[in-house]
Design a protein around this ligand. Structure first.
Ligand code: ADP
Ligand code: MG
Length: 323
């Protein structure tokens, strides 16, 4: 495999957390009701994600690790939709380029599963494998063939911190499914499925925060804002507990974070940041999610309108709430 392939892979896969994000999103896209993540040594040694989703037919395994092969784009028009989370068809190919990679899968109507091993971009023939319905991806020795990337890996503690964040961003967005995460054999998260978003928040971030949440909701011109903002008493020294889900996917947006800060102005001391868990649902054609391969940042068609909607929804709520 070429140097260019490896460089391209590095654009999508920066560290173990990128692998976790892509694999967990794929598991969710596949309809998995249960997603189990096991990590060894911060992900440098092993990242395994197992789901009970639709699976992949043996003949389609090579396609899944081919660059720009995706089963999620039907028409060019779909490129502008964000109904499913991943749609670029680059993740598996990129991961397999820079690791020792195993994809094992079985569809519901198949009597047996199959396995594809790719090492540093070199694929072996598909082989039969015994496995339950669903898909398991194992990523070993990440960056073993890209020494520069490998050198930039931090301590297992730091890497597992980032990987955990990537995991919980997806888990937060899908409270109805069971997720687990373990590191070096120790369970970090085991999240039961729930139909109450607040209880998923409580399990992930603590009851103390969940208890102070104030529900907000508004709808303007097809843009729906819903979720929770926390009472100012549980503010933080940084903005890490500001979760914004755009059409079901966690994003970061400076402008909306600023609107949030404005809404809390006068309620918080300087240097303190509000805590929030908000969902923003808007027509997919009003947003461009293809700005960056990792898709954390997006571009809104009308960012100013969203800013005002967020600010006014929260201000109105705070005026009628005993804080
Ligand atoms: P994308 O998710 O953007 O389509 P990926 O490289 O992440 O691209 O995955 C490539 C393809 O492999 C997907 O389109 C899907 O068809 C298949 N695939 C990947 N992971 C899974 C999974 N866990 N279950 C079923 N199919 C999967
Ligand atoms: Mg994907």
């Amino acid at each position: 495999s070429s140097v260019i392939n490896k460089i391209a892979a590095g654009e999508v896969i920066e560290r173990p957390a990128s692998v976790v994000k892509e694999l967990v999103e794929n598991a969710v896209d596949a309809g998995g009701q249960r997603v189990d993540v096991s990590i060894e040594q911060g992900g440098a040694e092993l990242i395994r994600v197992a789901d009970d989703g639709c699976g992949i037919a043996p003949d389609d395994l090579p396609l899944a690790v081919t660059n720009h092969a995706t089963s999620k784009i039907q028409t060019a028009d779909d490129l502008f939709r964000v109904g499913t989370m991943g749609f670029r068809g680059e993740a598996l190919a990129s991961i397999a380029e820079v690791s020792r990679f195993t994809l094992r899968s079985r569809t519901a109507d198949a009597t047996a599963g199959a396995e594809l091993v790719v090492s540093g971009g070199q694929a072996e023939p598909v082989a039969p494998a015994g496995c339950p319905v669903g898909t398991t991806v194992e990523v070993r020795n990440l960056f073993f063939n890209t020494p520069v990337r490998q050198k930039f890996l931090r301590t297992p503690q730091t890497e597992i911190g980032h990987a955990t964040e990537a995991f919980l961003r997806v888990a937060l967005a899908h409270p109805g499914r069971r997720f687990s995460l373990s590191h070096n054999g120790r369970v970090i998260h085991d999240l039961p499925p729930t139909d109450d978003w607040r209880s998923r928040i409580a399990v992930l971030f603590g009851q103390e925060i969940a208890d102070t949440l104030i529900e907000v909701a508004s709808e303007q011109d097809g843009v729906r804002l819903s979720g929770y903002v926390a009472n100012p008493t549980v503010s933080r020294a940084n903005n890490r507990l500001q979760y914004l889900l755009l059409n079901g996917r966690a994003i970061r947006d400076r402008s909306l974070q600023h609107a949030l800060g404005e809404a809390y102005r006068g309620l918080l001391l300087t240097g303190r940041y509000p805590v929030c868990f908000l969902r923003l649902d808007l027509p997919p054609d009003q947003v461009d999610v293809n700005v960056h391969p990792t898709k954390l940042e997006v571009r809104f068609q009308d960012g100013g309108r969203l800013y005002s909607q967020l600010l006014s929804t929260l201000r109105t709520k705070f005026l009628s709430t005993d804080l």
